[in-house]
Structures are given as C-alpha cells and as structure tokens.
Design a protein around this ligand. Structure first.
Ligand code: UGA
Length: 429
C-alpha cells in the first residue's frame, strides 16, 4: 500500500520505518529540510534502539523515502498519516496549528480518494476539525475519509511496541476506511479495536493519563511508606500480583517526564474542562508528580546538610533509559534547583549528553559514572540506565568524598549497598 507519513518525528519516523518493514511503500515528509536531508543520508535524528538498521534496510530496498514536498507525497499515496507534533501551549492545551496546516496542504494536493489518518496525539474532536478543514480547502470534487489511529509506542522500545502491539485502535466513519486500515496492519496479526473517531481520540488521552495516575499513585504510597517505615517495592509487588492492577507502571521514583505523559495529562484536563468537566483527579496526579522532585531535593539536603559548594554526581539525564530524549526530563528541574542552591554538578548519561549540553550551563559532563563520582560529595541516580546497576562499587567508594548514594529510581538493593559500606537513600523504603 502507498503511504505518506507527514511529520518525521518520533512517532512518524518509527511508524514509517515499521510500515515499510511490513512491505508498504512509505514516503516520510517533514518541513524541516535539514532533517530530511540528513535522513536522505540515513542519519537518524534520535537515538532509538534498532531504528537506524530498520531505516537503512528499508531505504536500500526502495520501500522508504524522504521528502519535504508534501504535495508530491500526497499525490503518490492512498493513505496519509498526520504525525506532526502537538506541543503544549502555555495554558496546557495542545497546540493544533500544525495539524490544521497539514490538513490544508493535504486538501490542496488531493486529486482522488484519500484516507487521512490522525496518528499524532490529539484532543477529542480534532477529527471533526480535520474533516472540516479538508472539506473547505480541497480543490477538486474528490471523496476522502478521516480516521483516528493513535500510537501507543514507548520511546526506547518503539519498534517492538509497533511490531507487537497489545492492540491497534482505529476510529472510523466508513467501512472503506476500516478495510484500508485493516489491510495496512494485517501482517501484524494484532487485535484491532474499531470505534468511532471521537472514542479513538479519547482512548489515547485516557491511556496516557491512566499510566500517569498509576505512577503518581505509587509515588504517593511511597511517601506513606517512608512515614510508616514500610517498603514501597514490596507494596508494589503485592499490588501488582492482583491481575486487575498489574505490576507495570508501579515503579516509585522521582516521577514521570518525557514529551508524552506530562503534556497529554495537561491536554486531557484542558479538553475536559472545555467540554464542561473538571477532571480534578488528574490535577492531583500532576501535583504529586511535581512534589516528588522537591522531596528528592529534600533528601539530598537532609544528607549533605548545606548544598552550597557541594559537588553532586548526577547519573542519568534522559527522561528515561534507552533514549536520548531530554524533553521534560526530571533531571532538568533537579539540576537547576541544585545549581541555584549553589551545588556543582558532574553529570553522566550514556546517550543524552549531546542534547543535555544545550540545556544546562556550568555542568561538567563526564565520560562515565566514575569520572562523575570523582571528588563528589554524593552520587544521585536520576535515570535508571541498566549499566548503572552494574557499577564497581569499590571503585566508586574510593572516588566519592563520602560513600553516599541517593537513588531516585530504586535500582539498588539497600542491604547490598549497606553491606558495601554505603549510606544509601532511596524512595519509599
Ligand atoms: C508513553 C506511553 O507509555 C506510550 O504508550 C505512549 O505511546 C507514549 O507515551 C506517547 O504518547 O507517545 P513514553 O513517554 O515513551 O511512553 O515513556 P514511558 O515508558 O511511558 O515513561 C514515561 C515516564 O514515566 C518516564 O519518565 C518514566 O521514568 C516514568 N515512569 C514509568 C515511572 O516513573 N514509573 C513507572 O513505573 C513507569
């Protein structure tokens, strides 16, 4: 099937490469000419395990190409995915101007039937506006369908999530649109839920907000565990054994970040409010998430006495492991607060350093955890990269000024670290 994907960001590029891998003919479109030129030279703008090989292979086989000319891509394709960004506005609403402008360009270039699919995360009722925009801007008397097909992939395991999804959700208004989407995804053999467009749009916001709620819930439980002297890891284990709850997304820590959960939570609160519902539950989810970072700073203060002029080794900068994405990473707020309190920061991240360099000033970026630890008053864990779990603690003990580790992701066994002579502070235990 001939597909155009408008927006070669995270979702667009991964989906494009994966659709090509399934045998479709894919054109990825982006108005960022530098990005398209780099992609033509097979330079991938993000770190995502497996993506580079997938892009290279499908490009070599002639199934994946790149352009900044949206009109030619629309003319050459039957199905057009809109995967442009929907960044947050000041008031928390999603900015949909990119979607509108793409819908307009599609409408002007269409010369026969097209299926236009929303892939970007959008508030409910966007489909209605996309349809209206195409209707009033199309040059010729051509028919078209609009569908919603939200993407649920996670950064760091995006290809696996795309290729082996729990489900594919598609919101449609016609049998023809449903059949086309079924054909597109047929090779995956995954369960496909067909709904109306509004419900499909809502499923995406509801899922990300529910995941955020799970994290804030366990983080609130972690605070109670600390007060009561219980262990949040054991509590999460016990809760997770109940199949109705499940163990995933019950990892306590410094809270969720990234470009999806925080912005989608805000956008869902905002669209609910617009529709006339005060989603106060989700407002509390956000509050708890913000408070976790402050609680973490307090732990550092409690253990260092004065922060001023202390050197802190920060392990992990990306918002989560296996990505170089720094957008809304908890490390940003934490480092900025520590610096404003007068601390010196020595930081290490296995992949995100090049992106982090543009975000901080006065941070010493180190080549590994040991260089960061050298001469530091304590080491803090901000992102749970798996390589941090395998560190040489004897070496670390020699390098740190004092054997103090404050862990915002609960990656170590407290008894083991105590046995090795460390003062070890973690979350909710
Ligand atoms: C999230 C969703 O998980 C995807 O299903 C969705 O497709 C994506 O947003 C999106 O809308 O594009 P992602 O942002 O890549 O994916 O990352 P997650 O794995 O969900 O992690 C989000 C944040 O929550 C990270 O900062 C992570 O450290 C934190 N987290 C996650 C916790 O603090 N505890 C947990 O138990 C799980």
């Amino acid at each position: 099937m001939k597909i155009a994907i408008i927006g070669a960001g995270y979702v667009g590029l991964v989906s494009g490469a994966c659709f090509a891998e399934l045998g479709h003919q894919v054109i990825c479109v982006d108005n960022d000419k530098d990005k398209i030129n780099a992609l033509k030279k097979l330079k991938i703008p993000i770190y995502e395990p497996g993506l580079e090989e997938l892009v290279k292979r499908n490009h070599q086989h002639g199934r994946l190409s790149f352009t900044s000319d949206i009109a030619s891509a629309v003319k050459a394709s039957l199905v057009i995915f809109i995967a442009v960004g929907t960044p947050p506005k000041e008031n928390g609403e999603a900015d949909l101007t990119g979607i509108e402008s793409v819908a307009r360009s599609i409408a002007r270039a269409m010369d026969s039937y097209r299926l236009i699919v929303e892939k970007s995360t959008v508030p409910v009722e966007t489909g209605k506006w996309v349809k209206h925009t195409i209707e009033i801007n199309k040059k010729k008397k051509v028919s078209f369908d609009v569908a919603s097909n939200p993407e649920f992939l996670r950064e760091g395991q995006a290809i696996k999530d795309f290729m082996q999804p729990d489900r594919i959700v598609v919101g449609v208004e016609s049998k023809k649109a449903e059949e086309l989407v079924r054909e597109l995804y047929g090779a995956l053999g995954a369960p496909l839920l067909v709904t109306d467009i509004k419900s499909a749009e809502l499923i995406k916001h509801a899922c990300n907000s529910f995941l955020a709620m799970k994290i804030s819930f366990i983080n609130a439980v972690a605070s109670v565990c600390e007060l009561a002297g219980a262990d949040v890891e054991r509590v999460a284990e016990g809760m997770g054994m109940d199949k109705r709850i499940g163990r995933s997304f019950l990892n306590a820590g410094i809270g969720f970040g990234g470009f999806c959960l925080p912005k989608d939570l805000d956008a869902f609160v905002s669209i609910s409010e617009k529709l006339g519902y005060n989603f106060s539950l989700l407002k509390e989810v956000k509050k708890i998430n913000e408070s976790k970072k402050l609680e973490f700073i307090k732990k550092i203060e409690d253990n260092l006495w004065n922060i001023k002029e202390k050197t802190i080794a920060v392990l992990g900068l990306a918002f989560k492991p296996d990505t170089d994405d720094m957008r809304f990473a908890p490390s940003i707020d934490i480092i900025e607060k520590l610096q404003s309190d007068g601390a010196k920061i020595r930081a290490f991240d296995p992949q995100a350093t090049h992106k982090a360099k543009g975000l901080f000033s006065g941070v010493k970026f180190c080549k590994d955890a040991y260089e960061a630890a050298k001469g530091s008053d304590c080491m803090i864990i901000v992102t749970e990269w798996s390589e941090f779990k395998e560190l040489d603690f004897k070496k670390l003990k020699r390098l740190l000024k004092q054997p103090l580790i404050i862990d915002g992701r609960n990656i170590y066994d407290p008894n083991k670290l105590k046995g090795l002579g460390f003062k070890y502070v973690s979350i909710g235990r």
